[in-house]
Every structure is written in C-alpha cells, then in structure tokens.
Ligand binder design. Structure first.
Ligand code: NAD
Length: 257
C-alpha cells in the first residue's frame, strides 16, 4: 500500500490518536500536515523529526479548530488535501443540569463543527485532484451513550451523521467518507489518569485498567493508536473504495454488548 503523491491533513495531531494516525499515513508514504492550536517549537520539531523518520514532507500548521474560519484556513494553507482526518477533540464530564454552557459550545465546535468546515473546504480540492478520503474520528460514544458526557456524545453522534451525508454527496465521485469509532485508547491523556485512579480506588494498575477503564470494553485491552492508524491507511486503499458512509468500530467488542 503506497500513499506516495497523497497529502494528508490531520486535525489535532500533535499528540495521541491524531499523531498515531499521522505516523501510519507517513509510513505508507503520504506527505503530512500536522495541526493543533499551539505554535510551540516542539510542534515544529515534531514535524521535522517525522519528515526525517519517514522520508516524506511534514509540515505543522497552527489553526484553532474551535473557529470555523481557522478550520477553512488550515485547508487553504495545506494547499493539497487528498486525505482529511478530522480528529481534534476535547471532553468535559458533568450532569446536563450542571453542564457549563461554554464547555457545551466548545465541544460542539471542536468535536463536530470543525469537521463541517474542513470538509466544506476540502471537497473542492479533492474534486480537483480527482480522488479523496474523509475520515472522521468519532467514538464508541458516536454509537452508544454514557451519563454525564452529553456534549461529547451529541457531537460524536453528530459526526457519524455528517459522515453519512458527506458520503451521499460524494457517492458518485472517487471520494469516500467514513467514521472510525474507537473504544478506549491508551493515549498520554488516558495514561495520565491511571495513577490518580489507582489511589482513588486503592487498586493496582492492572485492576484500574481492567475493572475501571475497560469496564465496557469486552476485550479488556486498549485499542492502540497504531491500530487506528492502520484502519485509516486501509480506508485510503483501493480495497476500501466502495466503503463509504459507514462506521468502523475499533473497540474490543464494546458496541457488540
Ligand atoms: P488528545 O488530547 O491526545 O488529542 C487531542 C488533539 O486535539 C490534541 O492534538 C490537541 O492538541 C488537539 N486539539 C484540542 N483542541 C484543539 C483545537 N481547538 N484546535 C486544534 N486542535 C485541538 O486525545 P486523543 O485521545 O488522542 O483524542 C483524539 C480524538 O479521538 C478525539 O476526537 C477523541 O474524542 C477521539 N477518541 C479518543 C478515545 C480515547 O480513548 N483516547 C476514544 C474514542 C475517541
């Protein structure tokens, strides 16, 4: 599988799942545009290191995915956009009647509306190039719900719907759009929660992972960023040309329950 000649733009990709997907696309030969809302030396160094490691062009472009005009500017600055991975996301946990309205707005903007803006800007670029892949990173929470995550779950169900509409509007073109629905993934963000949870429940690391974090994940194993990257590379392959408007769960059986 080679993605040489393709350029992939991955939103929210200076850590976690976005970075893992960027690495697998780079390994497959794609040029990469990394993104986040920061503009630190480390962001640009990360791009330089990846370019050296994979022998592809890697740029870091700052853009805040909570702002529609910056989402569109990211695609314009990228120049090419054959593969668009809408990955940027944040979380906040609170009951609905206590959920801060500004957190609701931020989650809907970053986790859902950003994908509308980047997709709107990218489709004309893909049409001109005659090929395109839009991959939205939803969640098992795009297909099921949990209490106290109203904004996240509304946004993730919304992005599954947006993926289906994008697929229908591009169905007769060489462009596909799908949503990947990860279960629990061991990103630095999740790793950082383990020590506190061990203290809170007086459990060892293994118990925290299996009994608390992976309570709903029947495999009792985290999905990895490499597995998500591999799924994205598959969706970019010719074998996946007729896979459009659907969800692919990478969740250790969560949504089979
Ligand atoms: P993470 O915090 O490591 O990554 C989130 C990325 O989004 C970071 O690069 C961050 O800088 C970026 N980001 C945040 N706000 C932004 C903004 N305003 N503009 C631009 N970039 C912004 O978390 P992650 O676990 O890698 O999550 C990535 C995606 O995967 C999210 O959409 C998340 O909902 C989804 N997801 C994660 C899990 C999991 O268990 N980790 C499970 C299912 C879905």
């Amino acid at each position: 599988m080679t993605l040489k000649t393709k350029t992939a733009v991955i939103t929210g990709s200076n850590s976690g799942i976005g970075l893992g997907i960027a690495r697998e696309l780079a390994r497959a030969g794609a040029d990469i545009v990394l993104n986040s809302f920061t503009d630190n030396d480390e962001d640009h160094k990360l791009a330089e290191e990846m370019a050296r490691e994979y022998g592809v062009a890697v740029r870091y472009i700052r853009a805040d995915m909570s702002k529609g005009d910056e989402c569109r500017a990211l695609i314009a600055a990228a120049g090419a956009c054959d593969i668009l991975i809408n990955n940027a996301g944040i979380q906040h946990v609170a009951p609905i009647d206590e959920f801060p309205a500004d957190k609701w707005d931020a989650i809907i903007a970053i986790n859902l509306s950003s994908a509308f803006h980047t997709t709107a800007a990218a489709l004309p670029v893909m049409r001109k190039a005659g090929w395109g892949r839009v991959i939205n990173i939803a969640s098992a929470h795009g297909l099921t719900a949990s209490p106290y995550k109203s904004a996240y779950i509304a946004a993730k169900h919304g992005i599954v719907g947006l993926s289906k509409t994008t697929a229908l509007e591009t169905a007769q073109e060489p462009i596909t759009c799908n949503a990947i629905c990860p279960g629990y993934v061991l990103t630095p963000l999740v790793e950082a929660q383990i020590p506190d949870t061990m203290k809170k429940y007086d459990m060892d690391r293994d118990e925290v992972i299996k009994k608390v974090m992976l309570e709903r994940q029947p495999s009792k194993e985290f999905a990895t960023v490499e597995q998500l990257g591999g799924t994205a590379v598959f969706l970019c392959s010719d074998a996946a040309a007729q896979i459009t408007g659907t969800t692919i769960s990478v969740d250790g059986g969560w949504t089979a329950l």
